[in-house]
Write a protein that binds this ligand. Sequence first.
Ligand code: DC
Length: 226
Amino acid sequence: MPDKIIVAIDGYSSCGKSTIAKALAQYAGYTYVDTGAMYRAIALYTLKNSITDNDAVIAALPDIQVGFTRIDGAQHVTLNGVDVESQIRTLEVGNRASQVSQIREVREFLVAQQQKMGDDKGIVMDGRDIGTVVFPKAELKLFLTALPEVRAQRRFDELVRKGEQPDYEDVLKDVNDRDYRDTHRAESPLRQAEDAIVVDNSHLTPDEQMEKIIALFNAKIINLKS
Ligand code: DC
């Protein structure tokens, strides 16, 4: 009977996984791990070093150290010890991350690190393969979804807030392309674990979603203790 559990949150890009995962981790006093940021850090390394060939990406893995640090209470991803949090949140890096995440060796490299982070439980991890590959025995698995148009609008608003001038149709196309790649790749495609609970947040406010997820978390803890 564990005191702490592992919460695996998977789902499509831009459906608010990280916001909800962060909030749940804070509520539970757990560690939050954004695995997408880890794929993005590797993508950034390949962009910075002009590495396009998959074999060259694999050969570079021993030179790449991905980690996390806390800045003003927020989690920032580091690449070889340097805080790259703001550099990884661009469309270019997101697209490259979607490509490098298709490479089996890249996935094995990061999955091993992610599994270690769960040794002591008390973790909320979000990504695409957390409930299926990284922690198939996670006590609570959530699969978040939202309509592509809703997700595109959210990403559009986020880019505008950052001072970028995106085109909505481009953003929507990007969301659809990424969904296709994430669900059709050969290695650990995004899919719902059989025992995952689906939460469609297209028409939920952030507060409503949070309430729902905290209720699921508390129900799971009570259930495991009884
Ligand atoms: O969640 P995100 O947009 O930051 O993820 C960036 C890319 O990384 C996304 O296209 C899919 C990939 N990814 C993955 O393959 N497996 C994960 N566990 C997390 C992200």
